[in-house]
Design a protein around this ligand. Structure first.
Ligand code: NDP
Length: 414
């Protein structure tokens, strides 16, 4: 849970309108991509679920269905309505997590300072909540109270409920951002679409199956353990909690990131122990490297550069920048270790781990790989957006970093 606390002299925060988000792409690209995402993502989620679960992962089969019935009627025919079971699962899970968030202890964690000088404060109890959730889930299954298969059996209805529920939630955030903003970081851009998309700042927001399940568990553990800081890094700190973040986290991530698993339920393959183990180990290695990149950067910042990076004193750039209030501050940029290979090397193992998660689906269909392709585009775009943000924040110091570490993501290539 994030509460924005004003930093030292943030009492005189800038007027709300100055907190409006700046867009990185041109206005035409920004508006058309926002409109496209707002209107296309909900049907896409349902079509992806339908294709994975009811059409053997075959885009052609789904296309035939839509051609035969027409786009609107065909979509209506496959779009499941939210059911009472679906709402019970969503609200039961949501309520349980909210209670854990409030009751479980956790260290106080301060997120990065916002453009108007607020420091979001979090309770870092994500890993504990994850462990309790997992134990409760297994316990309920073990004692026959809850059958996990019910989630898969009602997946379409759950996604449908999430689609509608999240849209309502985003509208609520939009209105709240106007009438009761959480902090001085809220503010209207003057454009309804941009506001809806980005509104409230700092919101609160067989062996193939075995390989997949094991990787998923390790990945999710890493996510809760390490990336709880992710919620208060670039996305939440610099993008706002509107459709992009809220709808993305509530609907897009649970439906797209699990899609290879949806396919594997009905199409398990026998990879043989050697291949299965190799895929599992390759996936674990990628998750570890991704974790180690994040750890290296955070350790470097936490110790103010007084740590060892790959057995040596780190090489660094001392970068100064100005806050929106005109104060001069300094940050350290690590230029050795993983951060000396490329400026966003940690995205390479992130993408590869998604690949190893998907590869048990083998290659008869393209669609299980949609997740990897989507993640690749997302992270390459994110790397560019982060570079642009850092370039405007650090100016000549970021240029020095780019000269020293010329590649953005893949060393020697890009
Ligand atoms: P990063 O960990 O890449 O942090 C980016 C910030 O770090 C920059 O904005 C800058 O912030 C600072 N920084 C940049 N270069 C350096 C450097 N050389 N030395 C020190 N600090 C630097 O943020 P992400 O949120 O992108 O990634 C966090 C984790 O989340 C990663 O593991 C990533 O793979 C994962 N992720 C997963 C996604 C998914 O969908 N699966 C999507 C996005 C991320 P500052 O202003 O403080 O200088």
């Amino acid at each position: 849970m994030a509460k924005a606390k004003p930093s030292s002299s943030a009492a005189a925060a800038k007027p709300a309108a100055t907190a409006a988000p700046a867009t990185v792409h041109s206005a035409l690209v920004t508006y058309s991509s926002m409109l496209a995402l707002l209107s296309l993502c909900p049907p896409f989620v349902i079509l992806l679920w339908y294709t994975m679960v009811h059409a053997d992962g075959s885009v052609l089969k789904t296309y035939e269905h839509l051609r035969e019935h027409g786009l609107v009627e065909g979509l209506k025919a496959i779009w499941p309505m939210p059911t009472a079971v679906a709402w019970k699962i969503i609200f039961g899970f949501g309520l349980f997590e909210a209670v854990l968030q409030l009751l479980l202890p956790g260290k106080r964690f301060e997120g990065p300072i916002s453009p108007t000088g607020n420091v979001p404060v979090y309770k870092a109890n994500g890993l504990q909540a994850y462990a309790v959730t997992l134990i409760t889930y297994l316990g309920l299954w073990w004692f026959g109270i809850f059958n996990p298969a019910i989630v898969y059996d009602h997946l379409g209805e759950i996604f449908s409920a999430l689609v509608f529920g999240s849209l309502v939630f985003c509208i609520f955030l939009y209105i709240k951002g106007h009438v009761a903003p959480s902090s001085s970081d809220s503010g209207s851009s003057g454009n309804l679409i941009i506001d809806f998309y980005w509104y409230e700042m700092n919101g609160r927001v067989a062996d193939s199956m075995l390989v997949n399940t094991a990787l998923m568990l390790i990945y999710i553990t890493k996510f809760f353990w390490w990336e709880s800081g992710y919620w208060c890094t670039m996305d939440i700190a610099h993008d706002r909690a509107g459709f992009y973040i809220c709808w993305g986290c509530l609907v897009w991530v649970p439906s797209i990131y699990t899609s290879p698993g949806m396919y594997l339920v009905n199409h398990p393959v026998n990879l043989g122990p050697q291949l299965a183990l190799s895929i599992l180990l390759a996936g674990i290695l990628c998750i570890y490297i991704n974790y180690d990149c994040d750890r290296q950067r955070q350790e470097f910042r936490r110790t103010n550069g007084k740590c060892s990076v790959w057995g040596k004193a780190p090489s660094k750039i001392v970068a100064s920048y100005q806050t929106t209030k005109g104060e001069t501050k300094t940050s350290l940029l690590l230029t050795s270790g993983w951060w000396g290979l490329s400026r966003h090397f940690h995205y390479v193992p992130e993408i590869l781990s998604a690949f190893f998660w998907t590869v048990p689906a083998l290659f008869s269909h393209f669609l299980p790989y949609f997740y990897v392709i989507f993640l690749t585009i997302l992270l390459f775009d994110r790397a560019k957006r982060d570079d642009d943000r850092c370039s405007s924040k650090y100016g000549k110091f970021w240029k020095m970093y780019c000269n020293k570490v010329p590649y953005r993501v893949i060393p020697g290539i890009y």
